[in-house]
Ligand binder design. Structure first.
Ligand code: NAD
Length: 255
């Protein structure tokens, strides 16, 4: 399927590894011009080169922390008018909520709620003026099915989800959509860490947890990226305000 996004500019945050990299690679394969951001220059440069070699895409890198004002300024100077924005950042640490005070909560809310909201605030109206925009927020399956030790993630990401539900309808008439992608367990550093953590909570190994998933395996970043690319396509203009779970069937509800 031709997705109709060749030549569009895609800004992918936290994209040197994992799910962000999967999205960047898939968008580049569809002909998008990329601006990718992450904190570590070496890893980011290697990822950019891998994407160029694999797809021939134009890839610009910005080294920075997306959870800081300075990081967001830097990436928006490099890419002031993205057609596609993929919001992503590292997830908060696990723990017991009894040990989390204001500092821990403010950091989680800053990283996984406020930062993507600020990126949306600063790019949405330009997309509306240009009559094309696709915003994808990488959140978590925990929004739909919380895992207690990841309470900071459950809380902060649910805040983002509620906000997005409120603002994602009006832009649709201007061909601008906003959707959330909810990963279950994926084959990334964070995914392996989460499988270990879930295993510990049940007296099982990470391997047991992964084997027990309905799909019997972790998700692949290529699968995640392909879903992201479709949601960014011309064909997906009628999909907005949705929370799309990609978890190999692990959520057991009927809907
Ligand atoms: P990952 O650790 O494999 O990769 C994270 C990427 O983000 C890296 O490139 C890292 O350099 C970059 N990054 C992290 N913090 C950043 C920051 N502040 N500024 C700029 N770049 C930053 O993680 P992942 O598995 O790709 O997960 C991506 C997001 O999805 C995370 O928020 C994670 O919690 C969430 N998530 C992942 C899974 C999973 O199974 N992988 C499941 C649920 C939710």
């Amino acid at each position: 399927m031709e997705l109709g996004i060749a030549g569009k500019t895609a800004l992918v945050c936290a994209a040197s590894k994992g799910l962000g990299k999967g999205c960047a690679m898939a968008l580049a394969a569809e002909g998008a011009k990329l601006v990718i951001m992450a904190r570590q220059a070496g890893t980011l440069a290697a990822t950019a080169e891998a994407i160029r070699v694999a797809t021939g895409a134009e890839v610009t890198t910005v080294v920075g922390d997306i959870t800081t004002e300075a990081g967001r300024d830097a990436v928006l100077i490099a890419c002031p008018a993205p057609d596609i924005l993929v919001n992503n950042a590292g997830g908060p640490p696990p723990g017991d909520f009894r040990n989390w005070g204001q500092k821990e909560w403010f950091e989680a809310v800053n990283g996984n709620m406020y930062s993507p909201i600020d990126m949306i605030r600063r790019t949405l109206d330009g997309m509306i003026e240009r009559r094309f925009g696709r915003i994808i927020n990488i959140t978590s399956a925990a929004v739909k099915q919380p895992f207690e030790p990841l309470g900071l993630s459950n809380g902060a990401r649910s805040g983002l989800t509620g906000f997005v539900a409120g603002i994602s309808r009006d832009p649709a008439r201007f061909n601008v959509t906003i959707n959330n992608l909810l990963p279950g367990l994926f084959d990334t550093e964070r995914g392996h860490g989460a499988a270990t953590l879930i295993g510990e909570s049940r007296g099982l190994s990470a391997r047991d947890i992964i084997a027990g998933l309905p799909a019997g395996r972790l998700g692949m970043i290529e699968e995640f990226g392909a879903t992201c690319a479709f949601l960014c396509s011309q064909q997906a203009a009628y999909i907005t305000g949705q929370n799309i779970l990609i978890d190999g069937g692990n959520y057991r509800g009927t809907f």
